[in-house]
Ligand binder design. Structure first.
Ligand SMILES: C[S@@+](CC[C@H](N)C(=O)[O-])C[C@H]1O[C@@H](n2cnc3c(N)ncnc32)[C@H](O)[C@@H]1O
Length: 267
């Protein structure tokens, strides 16, 4: 899995038609969601737009981290892929943003980062890289422990209830032109058990054409996902000690699952 994202790191922005615009848009949407879900600390109104202490446990190249930091939030960020963290660090430097980056497995988030965060998040379908309920529960328990009492957990995932099962499923991402090269991006999904399983193997294809010479190069990065439902993920969030867990639609480009660390107990 780390190989997948290590290889993807220099190309990751191509997934978006305009990554910089998505960084800004996702940061704004998440900031709005955080303000509306957790307006006050321990019952005290913090007010909207107040900087939060945010931990992103799967920052990748920084799509959400950079957007939130640009709005003034104090962001700490980690990811399993060293190459992605390296690129995120570079992107932050380019933007003059002060973000503490490190390499860490979200299953060790609390061991690595400690507690006291207002918000802990894992966005854009990162958690389904964990292949079992046990691993997801370990990660969610560690994430909950990173929160101060009353702090909020934010998880955004694909809505797998809406994704057809099968094999040879092709998902098109479109074409991007950059520096004289045209990249055509698509994924191929193969669900286990002849297309009926809960897990799938994914190939992410980048077909790159040099527009001057028409020379073509194809790269494929492979990974595996657990197509967990948002209902099951919400159950695991509750089992991890979070309360007021629910799914929010329409606030972000994916469903967002939110939960709160109880004010009075150790999560
Ligand atoms: C689809 S990317 C999203 C990254 C980032 N949130 C973004 O939107 O740019 C999924 C990320 O999850 C990370 N990841 C997968 N398993 C992880 C784990 N166990 N701990 C931390 N990060 C993990 C990958 O390295 C990758 O950066």
């Amino acid at each position: 899995m780390t190989d997948f994202y290590d290889e993807l790191a220099p190309l990751y922005h191509l997934i978006y038609p305009d990554w910089n615009q998505s960084v800004a848009a996702q940061g704004e949407k998440l900031a709005r969601l955080i303000d509306s879900e957790w307006p006050g600390a321990d019952g005290q109104d913090q007010g909207h737009g107040v900087p939060r202490k945010v931990l992103d446990v799967s920052c990748g190249i920084g799509t959400q981290t950079l957007g939130l930091a640009a709005l003034g939030h104090a962001v700490t960020a980690s990811d399993l892929s060293a190459r992605e963290v390296e690129r995120a660090r570079h992107e932050a430097r380019e933007r003059g943003l002060d973000i503490a980056f490190s390499v860490a497995d979200m299953r060790e988030a609390h061991t690595h980062h400690g507690g006291g965060f207002d918000i802990v998040m894992s966005c854009d379908n990162s958690m389904p890289h964990l292949q079992t309920d046990d691993d997801l529960l370990t990660a969610l328990r560690q994430m909950a422990a990173c929160l101060r009492p009353g702090g909020g957990c934010v998880v955004s995932v694909r809505d797998y209830a809406r994704e057809p099962r099968g094999t040879n499923l092709v998902k098109h991402y479109g074409a991007r032109v950059e520096d004289g090269q045209r990249h055509v991006l698509f994924q191929v999904w193969d669900f286990d058990d002849e297309g009926r399983g809960a897990h799938y193997d994914l190939g992410f294809f980048f077909v790159t054409e040099d527009l001057a010479t028409q020379a073509v190069r194809t790269r494929v990065m492979r990974s595996r996902y657990y197509a967990i439902s948002t209902t099951r993920l919400c159950e695991l969030m509750r089992e991890a000690g979070l309360v007021d867990v629910r799914r929010i639609d329409g606030a972000f480009f994916q469903p967002v699952l939110v939960g709160t660390r109880p004010a009075s107990t150790a999560a």
